[in-house]
Design a protein. Structure first.
Length: 163
């Protein structure tokens, strides 16, 4: 059964859904959680060479924000009685998905639980999908918790199904 559950968090409602599901699983299995937040500095730092000092200030603010997200999520988990620890990482060391997978490997996670927006089509192309890459690269099972504001895929009517 699960003993180590890794949960990437970013403070979004979708991320919180994943965290809630991980807490439920941890309570059922007696697992501990590790929360990871990756400060995605590359998005903000790219193209800001001429703003050097501003970039450093922005990165410091992003890291501080990441610490606050981890503290809020950790308090939420601790209130449920589940053992938890946290890891803050930054994307200068690699892509978000690679850092999550590396942490899962290093910590010997039995499961990764994360919220996903479930973007499809153009939205997924433009936004990318760390969740998809984590599923592809993870050394362990991944549980994706879908956002509640994303409509399910339409089921084709019998008239449109091909045989």
């Amino acid at each position: 059964m699960y003993t180590n559950i890794l949960v990437p968090v970013d403070g979004s409602p979708t991320s919180n859904l994943g965290l809630d599901e991980a807490v439920k699983l941890a309570k059922l299995t007696g697992a501990r959680l590790r929360l990871i937040h990756v400060v995605d500095e590359l998005i903000y730092a790219a193209g800001m060479d001429s703003l050097g000092a501003m970039t450093a200030d922005l990165i410091a603010q992003l890291q501080k924000g990441g610490e606050q997200i981890l503290k809020r999520c950790q308090a939420r988990v601790e209130a449920s009685g589940v053992p938890v620890d946290t890891v803050l990482s930054d994307s200068f060391a690699g892509r978000v998905c690679d850092l999550v997978v590396a942490e899962a490997t290093k910590w010997h996670a039995d499961l990764i639980v994360l919220g996903t927006h479930g973007r499809r089509g153009v939205g997924r192309v433009f936004m990318g999908s760390d969740a998809e890459q984590i599923v592809r690269l993870a050394p362990t099972p991944v549980l994706l918790v879908r956002a509640t504001d994303v409509p399910p895929l339409a089921t084709p009517s019998p008239a449109t199904q091909t045989r």
